[in-house]
Design a protein around this ligand. Structure first.
Ligand code: EPZ
Length: 418
């Protein structure tokens, strides 16, 4: 099992084009099922979650091909509507296939997605939304047997909380429901807007994404599309927090700075300077990060839960005290124990974590606990004194297309060793 070896304490300096967004490309790949024919997706990152999604598409009968960062999916002939347990366990966000299969085939069968490192991952909001559209969903021995048949009709559905996945599942299912669907209380993330833009390219009549009510006139015949996925705002936040931890200046392209407003505001408050230009922005950090006002994770456009561990790792090596409140997931502080091995002073009580910067952290042998927690350990290692090794890279590979390669482009001393 390989690991990252990081020699910390070197300021970063360089320019990087950020990968395509993992949390955009996954629902967009599921959406290719909505129309027979060949769709072409550009700026598709090379991630294990993307490979898992392509495996599912191929199993369903699609012809899948990959050429660099371009993926083609020919969904002309689907041969089944069920996803086996082993593939569902590989990636819980495969639940997104539910809406797409119901829209295309009127039926779907998949096992209940398991929990993950962030705690239980319920899908009650997904099921309630699809049932409101008329789907008949039976939960038997951990398996979801869904029949949409021709009963499904567009109607108003309310999400009791702005779940990203439930919003996406409802958007995809609604494309197959004659009539108008209104998703009230929808998630507003940029990845939802990206999915809407792809569906529009397929000929769907959909509007409102990015706001809290999304309307879809479903039942139209859709066609395949060619599309370029938006830049990954969380991967960008990772490189920004790396600069915050190690110091120096990084320039990022390929991602919209407007998608990172909350993260940039925190880094500026901590003492970094930010310049934004058309399609490019730079962050400079001279001197240790200061403590900032409480960081409360919230649905977009609030501070993203996916950046919580990343910012915590950068602040842990700075000065001053910052309180974090994790409002989205029940168990998203698993990286704290590993940061403590590096000398971090972090007190956790339930959803609250109080980080007291100890000046430089110390390099140590640490283990990734989850995707963003693992990336946070890399961020911490870049600012720490001495050598850090980060093991169990499978978590990081789920969401980063060559995190070490990107950081080396910014001047970091990081390499993968067996
Ligand atoms: C998406 O997960 C992202 N994943 C997550 O990114 C991200 O952290 C999350 O949205 C929040 O922004 C993908 O897009 C593939 P939710 P999702 O449904 O859709 C609860 C990463 O690191 N909930 O918005 O699963 C749920 O338990 C990953 O890239 C219900 O209670 O997130 C959680 O506490 C991690 N019932 C909260 O809502 C439901 O039916 C937010 O979940 C659904 C969710």
């Amino acid at each position: 099992m390989s690991c990252y070896q990081i020699e910390g304490g070197r300021p970063l300096d360089g320019r990087l084009t950020v990968q395509g967004a993992k949390n955009s490309v996954l629902p967009i790949l599921a959406a290719t099922l909505l129309a027979p024919g060949q769709s072409v997706i550009h700026n598709c990152p090379d991630l294990s979650d993307v490979s898992a999604t392509l495996d599912i598409l191929a199993l369903l009968g699609c012809r899948v091909d990959r050429e660099g960062d371009t993926v083609t999916v020919d969904a002309s002939t689907l041969v089944r509507a069920d996803i086996p347990d082993r593939l569902m366990r590989e990636m819980r966000s495969s639940v997104i296939f539910l809406g797409a299969l119901l829209a295309r085939l009127g039926t779907a069968e998949l096992s209940y997605p398991g929990g993950c490192e962030l705690g239980p991952r319920p899908i009650d909001l997904h099921l309630t939304a699809l049932r409101t559209l008329g789907a008949d969903i039976r939960e038997e021995q951990g398996c979801l047997r869904c029949r949409g048949s021709r009963k499904m009709r567009g109607r108003e559905l309310c999400l009791s909380m702005p779940s990203v996945g439930a919003t996406e599942n409802a958007m995809l299912a609604a494309c197959g429901c004659p009539g108008v669907t209104a998703i009230v209380g929808a998630a507003r993330e940029p990845e939802i807007v990206d999915l809407q833009n792809f569906l529009r390219a397929m000929g769907a009549e959909i509007s409102g994404a990015g706001d809290s009510v999304i309307r879809i006139r479903g039942g139209r015949v859709l066609h395949p599309a060619e599309y370029r996925v938006v830049g990954d705002r969380i991967a960008a936040a990772t490189y920004l927090c790396a600069a915050g931890a190690a110091g120096g200046r990084v320039e990022l392209t390929g991602v919209d700075p407007d998608h990172l407003t909350a993260v940039l505001a925190c880094l500026e408050q901590a003492g970094c300077s930010v310049d934004t230009g058309p399609g490019l922005f730079a962050l400079e950090c001279r001197g240790p990060l200061r403590g900032i006002s409480p960081v409360r994770t919230a649905p977009y456009p609030g501070f993203p839960t996916d950046a919580q561990a990343l910012l915590m790792a950068a602040l842990a090596g700075g000065e001053g005290t910052t309180m974090f409140v994790e409002n989205i997931f029940d168990s998203r502080y698993r990286h704290v124990d590993e940061l403590r091995r590096m000398g971090a002073d972090i007190q956790v009580a339930g959803r609250v974590a109080v980080v007291t910067g100890t000046g430089r952290l110390r390099g140590a042998e640490v283990r990734s606990t989850d995707l963003r927690g693992g990336a946070a350990l890399v961020v911490a290692g870049l600012g720490a004194e001495g050598r850090t090794t980060v093991s169990d890279l499978r978590h990081i590979r789920r969401g980063y297309d060559g995190l070490d390669r990107g950081l080396r482009a910014l001047g970091a001393d990081i390499r993968e060793i067996p």
